[in-house]
Design a protein around this ligand. Sequence first.
Ligand code: HEM
Ligand code: HEM
Length: 183
Amino acid sequence: MQWRNSPDRYGHFSVILHWVVALTVYGMFGLGLWMVTLGYYDGWYHEAPEIHKSIGILLMITLVIRLAWRFLSKPPRALPGYSTFTRIAAAAGHALLYLLLFAIVISGYLISTADGKPISVFGWFEVPATLSDAGVQADLAGQIHLWLAWGVVIFSVLHALAALKHHFIDKDATLKRMLGKAS
Ligand code: HEM
Ligand code: HEM
C-alpha cells in the first residue's frame, strides 16, 4: 500500500478522498433536490435536512484535510504526453472544482445558520453559527447554493468525460492513476 503521492502516482489516501468526495457530492445533490420537495407532514421533512447538513459538515472537514494533504504530499507530475493546453486546462479545472466545493459547503453553512442556531452533526458535536441574519441571508445563500450545486455537478461531469477521453481515446494512464495505479 502506498499512501503518499509520488511523482508518478496518486497515493491511496488521495484516491480514497477523491472517490469518497465524488460519491458524497452526487448523493448530496440528489438528497438536496429531494428534500426541498417534502411537505410538512412527510416523515422525512425534519430528518432529511438534518442528514444533509450533518454530511455537509463532514464533507467540509474532509475538503480541508484533502487540501492540506495536497500540500503535505504533492500530487503526481503531469503525464509526459500532455500538451501545454492539457496541463493548463487540468490545473485550472481542478482549481475550479476545489473552489466550487468550498463555495457550496460554505453557502450551505450560511443557509443553515442564518437564524443563529448551530448545526448538530448527527448529535456528535455542534458547529456554531458565525454570520447570522435571518432576513435575506437564508434566501440569498439558498439561491447561490442551488446554482453552485448545479455548477459542481455539471462541471464534474465534464471533468469525468475528460478523464474517460484520456482513458479510452488517448489510452493514457490519467484515470488509472486516480484508481491508485502507477503510470
Ligand atoms: C456537495 C455538497 C452539497 C450539495 C451538492 C448540496 C446540494 C443541495 C441541493 C441541490 C439543494 C436543494 C436546493 C433547492 O432546490 O433550493 C440543497 C439544499 C440545502 N442544503 Fe445543500 N448541498 C451541499 C452541501 C450542504 C452543506 C454543507 C450544508 C450545510 C451545512 C447544506 C445545507 C442545505 C440546506 C439547509 C438546504 C435547504 C435550502 C432550502 O430550504 O432552500 N448543503 N443542497
Ligand atoms: C463530484 C465529482 C468529482 C469531483 C468534485 C472531482 C474533483 C477532482 C479534483 C479536485 C481533482 C484534482 C485532484 C488533485 O490533484 O488534487 C480530480 C482529479 C481527477 N479526477 Fe475527479 N472529481 C469528480 C469526479 C470524477 C469522476 C466521476 C471521474 C472519472 C470518471 C474523475 C476522474 C479524475 C481523474 C482521472 C483525476 C486525475 C487527473 C489528473 O491526474 O490530472 N473524477 N478530481
